[in-house]
Design a binder for this molecule. Structure first.
Ligand SMILES: Nc1ncnc2c1ncn2[C@@H]1O[C@H](COP(=O)(O)OP(=O)(O)O)[C@@H](O)[C@H]1O
Ligand code: SF4
Ligand SMILES: [Mg+2]
Length: 441
């Protein structure tokens, strides 16, 4: 593994205090904005292209440390079309996870902050009445007459009113898993402008996340069933415990778990790694998301299980007509799964395009280098990235191309400014001076 040498700054106490003072000022303002109460109009947005479900534009996400500002994501723009899988690839530390945590507003605050840019997401949410309540879709008979069902208690006995008549409720339409259906509406939100409290509308329901290590998102002290039910109870108004349990077991079944009832009653530590990953996928699915963010979802698994999980993900994407943002350092997985590829380097995108453009016509010297570096039997993640040289210090990024110290194809211009993103096809973009506009014209 290439040793990553970090250029060290030794800052005096006075310098550190000055940095901290300056950071605190910025962080306080950003935190205040996140915690504000804001009408929806403040975070409604418009998509550039209606075919997209997510548009990230000029996103800057920083960590305000005592050593200075770490620009972990430094001006990233990409789109996720509805129904597509977009792969993000790059060596460890290049900002893949921070990008996904920004989309979920899950950054470690107060020091990790979305500093600027927009994250426009096409939300598909419950339509609400004036009181803010979701509007049910009723299951009336053909003539339009409301139908009524008796209300039962936990034991399945009919509940009664004071006058002795059975309690009833108007029958609501239910989905294939028995969960109540409400009227829906589409709206575009700018997540970067959304108060953190509003994120509950999206997080876990419309956008679900699958992590590399399931134990980080499964709670060891609750059963799988408990945690799965919670998703339904939290996100589907009017869902009863029985509704939730039925849905949970359906979800476990959907992800190929052979004995869903048994797993429902198990604790996370009683399951194998592959099984836990399936459970986490079923949990992501339970919210009926339109976008799944999978951050290195198979890195911790052995090759056979890895293939099964990837198959499962592909299957589910079609089932929910959703999109996947697939983050991995493994080019093989990208080639197999993705429709579009985003290549990141040191917090920026250096090339993006369709999977065929990136694999058959890579243009950036870094992308070309990645493909030349043959995967080895060694499962260490960084062996895929054996391009010699170091990534610049994230606190002190140069104003020229970040790849210059490692690039074999430098030209005179590379000693000037950071290269602009150049469009080379309707879908293919590259940030490298070799392809500057003037040159191709
Ligand atoms: N809590 C944090 N504090 C300071 N820097 C951080 C923090 N989390 C991540 N970073 C920095 O952000 C950069 C991107 O990290 P990350 O997105 O996790 O990379 P990866 O591409 O491997 O997922 C790294 O340089 C890392 O050091
Ligand atoms: S801009 Fe120059 S230094 Fe950077 S990748 Fe392109 S050729 Fe190499
Ligand atoms: Mg990561």
């Amino acid at each position: 593994m290439a040793e990553k040498k970090k250029s060290r700054h030794y800052l005096s106490g006075k310098e550190v205090r000055a940095i901290v003072r300056e950071n605190n000022k910025i962080v306080r303002a950003l935190e205040k904005k996140k915690r504000r109460k804001a009408p929806e109009s403040e975070f409604l947005a418009t998509l550039k292209d209606e075919k997209n479900i997510l548009e990230v534009e000029d996103l800057h996400t920083y960590f305000f440390t005592e050593q200075g500002i770490v620009k972990a994501v430094n001006g990233v723009s990409f789109d996720i079309p509805q129904g597509a899988t977009v792969g993000v690839v790059g060596e460890s530390g290049c900002g893949k996870s921070v990008t996904s945590m920004s989309i979920m507003q899950l950054l470690q605050g107060p020091y990790g902050q979305i500093y600027s840019g927009s994250i426009r997401f096409k939300s598909y949410d419950f339509k609400r009445d004036e009181a803010g309540k979701p509007i049910p879709v009723w299951d009336d008979d053909e003539a339009g007459n409301p139908q009524y069902d008796e209300i039962k208690d936990k034991k399945g006995n009919v509940k009664h009113n004071k006058d002795g008549t059975p309690m009833t409720e108007r029958r609501q339409k239910r989905d294939a898993y028995g969960t109540r259906i409400f009227e829906m509406e589409e709206k575009v939100f700018d997540i970067a402008q959304m108060p953190i409290k509003e994120m509950y509308r999206l997080r876990g329901r419309q956008i679900a996340m699958i992590f590399q290590e399931p134990m980080t998102s499964l709670n060891p002290v609750f059963t799988i069933g408990n945690q799965l039910d919670e998703v339904t109870l939290l996100h589907f108004p009017g869902a009863t415990k029985e509704d939730a349990k039925r849905r949970s077991i359906e979800m476990l079944d959907l992800v190929g778990i052979a004995m869903p009832e048994r797993v429902y009653k198990s604790y996370p530590h009683e399951l194998s790694g592959g099984m836990r990953q399936r459970v986490m996928i079923s949990m992501a699915l339970a919210g009926d998301p339109r976008l799944i963010i999978a951050d290195e979802p198979t890195t911790a698994l052995d090759v056979t299980i890895q293939a099964q999980i990837l198959d499962l993900l592909r299957d589910l994407k079609d089932r929910i007509h959703g999109s996947i943002l697939l983050i991995t350092h493994d080019l093989g997985i990208i080639a197999e799964m993705a429709d579009y590829v985003v290549v990141m380097y040191a917090g920026r995108i250096i090339e993006r395009g369709t999977v065929s453009e990136i694999f058959h016509h890579p243009m950036h010297p870094y992308t070309i280098g990645l493909q030349k570096s043959k995967p080895t039997m060694d499962s260490d993640s960084d062996t895929l990235f054996n391009i010699p040289g170091n990534v610049p210090n994230p606190i002190d990024m140069p104003d020229y191309c970040y790849f210059r110290e490692r690039c074999g194809g430098c030209i005179k211009k590379c000693f000037g400014d950071y290269p602009e993103m150049v469009q080379v096809s309707p879908t293919h973009f590259v940030a490298c001076h070799l392809y500057d506009k003037e040159k191709s014209e």
